[in-house]
Design a protein. Structure first.
Length: 149
């Protein structure tokens, strides 16, 4: 993410916090900045490790709670898959993922055909869909090469 895009997201963060009466703490800002700087769909532990380099002694709990707050505020998203650890995604616009079932790598993919998938009527289940995301699962190139070699 380039510097201008990061700055816009930080301004959005401040605006949302003001609207909702949430304090703009150093911890929240650094956790968001760190997440925006990582392009590998990091885990909470990876984010904690990177944040701890900037804020000595920050607790894992603070990072986990703050990440959940940032997700609820719509500033980041979660990239989850069955059997894998939750990863966080700096991209909030509609996009999809390729997920390696061996190494848990998550790669962004954009495809208009996935974006245009019709959302089924879920009202019979009492469920209202607010978003959708397609995950294609398989083996990444690195894992396939290890298997073949």
């Amino acid at each position: 993410m380039d510097e201008a895009a990061t700055q816009r997201r930080l301004e959005q963060f401040e605006s949302i916090c003001h609207e909702r009466g949430l304090p703009i703490t150093v911890q929240r800002r650094v956790i968001l900045e760190t997440t925006l700087s990582l392009d590998n769909h990091p885990t909470a532990d990876q984010i904690h490790e990177a944040v701890a380099e900037r804020i000595a002694g920050i607790s894992r709990t603070t990072v986990y709670r703050t990440l959940e707050t940032l997700v609820r505020l719509g500033l980041i998203t979660k990239a989850c898959h069955p059997g894998g650890v939750t990863r966080y995604d700096r991209r909030i616009e509609l996009h999809h993922h390729l997920v390696c079932m061996r190494c848990d790598a998550v790669v962004d993919i954009s495809d208009d055909r996935f974006d245009a998938l019709p959302i089924p009527d879920t009202s019979a289940y009492g469920f209202e869909v607010s978003d959708h995301q397609v995950q294609l699962r398989g083996l990444c190139k690195t894992c396939r090469e290890k298997e073949e070699g």
